[in-house]
Design a protein around this ligand. Sequence first.
Ligand SMILES: [Cu+2]
Length: 273
Amino acid sequence: MTFSKMSGRLPVPITCVLSVLFASPVQAEYALHMTQGVTSIGRDIYGLHMIIFWICVAIGVVVFAAMAWSVLHHRKSRGAEAANFHESTTIEIVWTVIPMIILIAIAIPATGTLLDLEDTEFSADIEVQVTAIQLKWKYNYLDEGVEFISSLAQSSRDVVKNPGGNENDLLEVDEPIVLPINKKIRFLFTSDDVIHARWVPELAVKQDATPGFINDSWLVVEKPGIYRGQCAELCGKDHGFMPIVVKAVSEAEYRQWIADRKSDAVAIAASAE
Ligand SMILES: [Cu+2]
């Protein structure tokens, strides 16, 4: 039976809800679920999220089923009378032990993922210092001596006057950060002015960039592509104009990009003399 045939027999409000839930174009537009991303850490966080989500669903089902059953079977019209008791040791033990078991079941995988997030061995292949500046991102490849500033692209600035038309409106930068895939990259975050936060959903970990402090995170990008993010901390009047574009490429392309950057820097220095 098709949905349209089936929905013809259902009350209007139910049809409306079913249409929203099952209409595929609508599902495609409403990407409400978190992304698995393209990093191992992203997948771990997604897995953790799903474990906790299903534990919450199970708790919700049990609690609401018990409530519904109690309301139906012990309603006043059936002549039910409320029990009157105090200090039941059994109940107190049950409602202490069950949540404890649930919390331990959540804490074990959560601690594992949290420990994974901390790069305690500092064994990165590449280290990049990321400095937030209202309203730009400065990247410094510490082992390469390559440093540059990435800010909102002119095409995105023009969009402010003439909005619409491009799905990446306000999400383009003049100089994207380039990273090789399958390499362990360690980021060191700080800020030159106020607190910013760096968040590229597909690269999973969100980190604050705080003046006077260094926060760090690490990742291994597993898939080449362009990944977009934004400053995720209200950092000033134009906070919404501080996008991030990450270009993940093969190692050979990354090496070539680093070499080009270095020779550009040499050429600029020579022309300034
Ligand atoms: Cu910011």
